[in-house]
Design a protein around this ligand. Sequence first.
Ligand code: CA
Length: 244
Amino acid sequence: MASAVVHYTAAAATDRGRKRSSNEDAFAISVEHGIFLVCDGMGGAAAGEIASRMAVEEMLRLLANRDPAKPLAQAAGEAVRAANEAIFSRSQRNARLRGMGTTLVGLLVEDGRALVINIGDSRCYRLRNRILEQLSVDHSLVDELVRAGRMTPADALHSPLRNFITRALGTEREVTPDIFAFEAEPGDLFLLCSDGLTRELPDPLIESLLGADSPLDELSARLVSAANTAGGNDNITCLLVRAA
Ligand code: CA
């Protein structure tokens, strides 16, 4: 069935939270090119900020200038490899930046065709018919232990291991992203976010906040403010994309 999605609108909010002195999250929106990205950087000093900013800038540049004849998933995979190489080689040239990296979650759309790219523990959710579904799979140690049946989801929430992510952009010479392709439908609402949101707010609360009939900029600001009220222990970024 051909999709009836005709256009997308987007808005985002980011905040350093209540405990961190800087914001190492970064995001990018290009409605024109159908590119929506959230990155959560890591590394000492300002390295995390540099890694996340490089990732969104490189991905945006590469994807906005992609060969339109190339399948979107192929273009996405190539952009990830190039962005990874750019961050990794910069970290190798500068001792202060050694080990820097970032998560990457992206939503790419072409008419009704949509694709989620993911590396790390930032997330993509979709609200469809008022039901929230996580489309990305976390690359985190606790998530892998839960999937292997070696840790309960309740224990995972408080585990000291929860900061370990098992895949990141820029920390190794090569990285493989998860890529999920699907059809977007009119009315779909997508949320891209860093873990500063999802560690503070349980999914049912995110679902009910997203269900409000409000403009996207108000919705994203409301999510950030709820995460701050719940603790604000980390940088918080929410990027919303609505299909109509
Ligand atoms: Ca974070």
